[in-house]
Design a binder for this molecule. Sequence first.
Ligand code: OAD
Length: 231
Amino acid sequence: MKSLKKIVALTGAGISAESGISTFRDSGGLWEQYDVMEVASIDGWHKNPQLVQRFYNDRRKQLGEVEPNEAHRIFAELEKNFDVTIVTQNVDNLHERAGSTKIVHLHGELTKVRSTIDPNLIIDVGYRTIEWGEKAPDGSQLRPHIVWFGEAVPLIETAAAIVAEADILLIIGTSLNVYPAAGLVGYAKRNVPIYLIDPNEVAYKGSNLTIIREKATIGMNQLKKLLWNLN
Ligand code: OAD
């Protein structure tokens, strides 16, 4: 049996936009409504943890009210013909709900919280609100299982090794503004075909790059046809 080609996809907020989740940096995006350093940094958490807790409670509740879109579903469908791994900056669970099986959440997961003293004590909370004062089993305050600005990205080396194995690299719905995630593209082997889907211009130039200037659902439909030819 011939082995399946490896697709690695770097996805960001744009892939979930058509599900009704705001991106961060577009006009009307979350960072226009909130100060990123107040709600998504380790300093912000130390300064006003209740505000941060509320911000993630709201995000988690909203996630329970939205559905994966066709772009997420096409990813799951691609697993029939390719070995697909998704390295996402998204903290939503729409890729898994659409049926994708190999997902690395670089920036954490909204449906999980963890101990503030033991990073390995992680608890699945689904879409529910975490009350201030709610404790982990070790007695510490619970915090969102999110990688904040000012914190290390524990899965970055795992992700870099995955990108280095890719036969085809996809970049979808990320402005490539946030490092180290944005630097992952640099780990791809030379001459690997790269497809970038985004309705707006993204500051990335590489060899073997095909840009599909569309929203994720339309772009993924177009890409699916192109990928069938590569299979
Ligand atoms: P951004 O908000 O920076 O970028 C979203 C990208 O999606 C932009 O390039 C948009 O043009 C594009 N976009 C908008 N609508 C789209 C659609 N329908 N289909 C496809 N693309 C669309 O989001 P990220 O790059 O994901 O981190 O942001 C990276 C990180 O910054 C996030 O993980 C988050 C944030 O601060 C943390 O909070 C730690």
